[in-house]
Design a binder for this molecule. Sequence first.
Ligand SMILES: Cc1cc2nc3c(=O)[nH]c(=O)nc-3n(C[C@H](O)[C@H](O)[C@H](O)COP(=O)(O)OP(=O)(O)OC[C@H]3O[C@@H](n4cnc5c(N)ncnc54)[C@H](O)[C@@H]3O)c2cc1C
Length: 387
Amino acid sequence: MLTLTDERDSTADIRAAVRALCANYPSEYWRELDRERAYPTEFVTALTESGFLAALIPEEFGGSGLALSAAAAILEEIHASGCNGAACHAQMYTMGTILRHGSAEQKARYLPAIARGELRLQAFGVTEPTSGTDTLSLRTMAVRTGDHYVVNGQKIWTSRAEHSDLMVLLARTTPREQVRRRTEGLSVFLLDMRKAEGLTIRPIRTMMNHATTEVFFDDVRVPAENLIGEEGRGFSYILSGMNAERILIAAECIGDAKWFIEKASDYARERVLFGRPIGQNQGVQFPIAQAYAQMRAAELMVHEAAALYEAGRDCGAEANMAKLLAADASWAAADMCVQTHGGFGFAEDFDVERKFRETRLYQVAPISTNLILSYLAERVLDLPRSY
Ligand SMILES: Cc1cc2nc3c(=O)[nH]c(=O)nc-3n(C[C@H](O)[C@H](O)[C@H](O)COP(=O)(O)OP(=O)(O)OC[C@H]3O[C@@H](n4cnc5c(N)ncnc54)[C@H](O)[C@@H]3O)c2cc1C
């Protein structure tokens, strides 16, 4: 049996507990949901009740106050077990916007309820159809009228909006022509979707089972007290959460890669052709070994980024590289796993094709590979800016 968890890891206990929970949600469970594009409610409830989703909320607000590396270990194990954290990973980290930039009143009001799982904050409305990656061109406007803001516009790919009570929303509060710098004039709101009139949520059916939506705002009133931090400084608040998100998603990719490598190794040992296991052929062994080496290298960068983050040091480059390398490692492992399985790689019952579809996302979201390369080229290597 391939041992993929480092026994020296200080997160060994938490990993074992996550594995035990995930064992209750075997591949048949995910396969069935995948067919129906249904939300894994039971799995998310179990994770919530176990407290895993409150890992990053400080103890004073009712969470476990764990370090980012522990949260990364939780998500990695979920994925290495064949489960999918995308249904709820944002419940772990979206609250960081309130924690870092919210008022004392907002923290006291929301964080304990989020920690208990009574409030779901797992919708994050940034991307828009016309602006895409070019976030600073977003058009959704929030106009202050008395003690409210009135929001009009549209978001796309707002994942889990149908399974969330609250949304962290980025909108423009000062028209772009009236600000000195493009990064100014955007604000962040905590939108209570349970009370919002004029909000329309439409699911988008995707190639994998991912509860994503488009959201339309038609004169949606948001109380001014739900503004997070200062008006006009929202873009910096959103940026401040991106390193944690990238490290956590990278950990999911490492988990996926481990799943593919273990699945392929098992199959290559068991499948006998020409009188011997296919894994005895180096043409089959080497791609598995290559995927393993690639995953381990990416894993080191995830650990490096998390360590820098936990030390309060700048980790922009490392968080981006962790996401890039881990997403590449999981995709390479996915491709290798299909090839190792031959025709069975395409059969639903083997789960490989489902995980293959799921892990493809991370080349594009939450940030696409090109944009990371652009960041490294321009911010780290000082090459001329392309945009
Ligand atoms: C399933 C799913 C879930 C998502 N969940 C959320 C969510 O919860 N909240 C949210 O706000 N967003 C979410 N997103 C959006 C995601 O962050 C974006 O899809 C992603 O950032 C890319 O933006 P885009 O799709 O508009 O592509 P575009 O910006 O249109 O880019 C298209 C392609 O062009 C490339 N490209 C664009 N500009 C450049 C450039 N200057 N140089 C080189 N290449 C470039 C990109 O890399 C990409 O490959 C989700 C997306 C998906 C698919």
